[in-house]
Design a protein around this ligand. Structure first.
Ligand SMILES: Cc1cc2nc3c(=O)[nH]c(=O)nc-3n(C[C@H](O)[C@H](O)[C@H](O)COP(=O)(O)OP(=O)(O)OC[C@H]3O[C@@H](n4cnc5c(N)ncnc54)[C@H](O)[C@@H]3O)c2cc1C
Length: 322
């Protein structure tokens, strides 16, 4: 079986930054596994073309600690930056390789892709993010309206119709502003009376759209359920209010892929994976990096987890990786 010093699962910002930091410290071989055809699948797939990638995301100013860092720039420039890291640090990324199991045997971890155990390494960093599984509402979505209900921000703007965006974060704000480019009526429903997570740039843009009537803000509204309607989707709110829209976009973020982590033996406490301050789990040598390691994720925070993890690997497992 192929052997590596560090196996990294996921080639998003966190996984790539782990690869970069490991390479900078000559930890070789370090092998990254990525389930999709390209690096940074979350960004490639869920960010619309031209999207601003904010260095200060969800109002969190994160001071860069390691090699990977960036200033606010477009999606395309950010992806070029990541491509340059991959090229300059000669990262070994295995694309179309979804790791579906990790097992400890003879003191090392073995990784399975498809039905084959493909690689073993003493250290594993899990950097699979949370956006493989977008968060969904508790109420069911009737099957008649499923093609009108979306759990990801749109990459293309529909050129007509009445749409409802649900959520109170940056993605909800950006989605509402973006949909104004084509849709006749855009509504944004948020269950709180005030936005508190949106960064100042997005908030200003959203407020401008609201002032000019392009986005109708529906604060303090909470959806009870959805129903099929001859005109589209009937949205019934908890206060009894109803509206009919053509499409709904839920921007509720993602959730920790607990199933995968549990299946490899990571313990959970109060719904969160058990980790020390260096993001090492209860399994010695298995670390988490990026969104799955963080309460509030962002790209810069993901980069920093990678720096902390690799520093810790050097300190604690120097004998195993040199
Ligand atoms: C619409 C949207 C807008 C955002 N805007 C911003 C912003 O402006 N600024 C900001 O800082 N943050 C933003 N974020 C958040 C940011 O994208 C995340 O914090 C960041 O991508 C986290 O990086 P990560 O590497 O932890 O996870 P991800 O970027 O999700 O990467 C995980 C990678 O692992 C791969 N993977 C998953 N499972 C497996 C497996 N089993 N085997 C192999 N590979 C696997 C995935 O394909 C993916 O490539 C935004 C998020 C969204 C959804």
């Amino acid at each position: 079986m192929e052997k590596a010093k560090i196996a990294v699962i996921g080639a998003g910002p966190a996984g790539i930054a782990v690869g970069v930091e490991a390479k900078a410290h000559h930890i070789s071989p370090t092998v990254l596994f990525e389930k999709s055809e390209a690096f940074c699948d979350t960004i490639q797939r869920l960010y619309r073309p031209g999207k601003r990638v904010d260095a200060v995301y969800r109002k969190m100013v994160v001071k860069p600690l390691g090699i990977c860092q960036f200033d606010t720039e477009s999606k395309e420039d950010f992806l070029k930056r990541m491509e340059a890291y991959i090229r300059d640090y000669e990262l070994d990324i295995r694309y179309r390789s979804e790791v579906n199991a990790v097992q400890k045997a003879d003191g090392v971890y073995r990784l399975r892709v498809g039905s084959d155990w493909v690689l073993e390494a003493p250290i594993v960093v899990v950097a699979i993010g949370i956006f493989g599984k977008p968060r969904k509402p508790d109420y069911p979505i009737p099957k008649e309206i499923r093609e009108r209900v979306f759990f990801e921000a749109p990459c293309e703007c529909p050129q007509e119709g009445r749409v409802l965006v649900v959520g109170g974060g940056d993605t909800a704000a950006e989605t509402a502003c973006f949909l104004c480019e084509g849709c006749e009526e855009v509504y944004l429903s948020y269950r709180r009376p005030k936005f508190f997570r949106i960064n100042p740039v997005n908030l200003e843009l959203l407020e401008k759209k609201a002032q000019t009537g392009k986005v109708q803000l529906m604060m303090n509204t909470d959806i009870d359920h959805l129903e099929p309607d001859p005109q589209g989707v009937k949205v019934v709110f908890k206060d009894g209010q109803e509206m009919v829209v053509d499409r709904i976009y839920y921007c509720l973020g993602g959730s920790t892929p607990a199933g995968f982590l549990r299946s490899i033996g990571v313990e959970f406490q109060d719904g969160k994976p058990v980790m020390d301050k260096y993001y090492e789990t209860n399994l010695p040598g298995v670390f988490l990096a990026g969104d799955i390691a963080l309460e509030k994720g962002s790209i810069m925070a993901a980069f920093n987890t990678a720096h902390i993890v690799v520093k810790r690997i050097l300190e604690k497992y120097g004998d195993l990786i040199r």
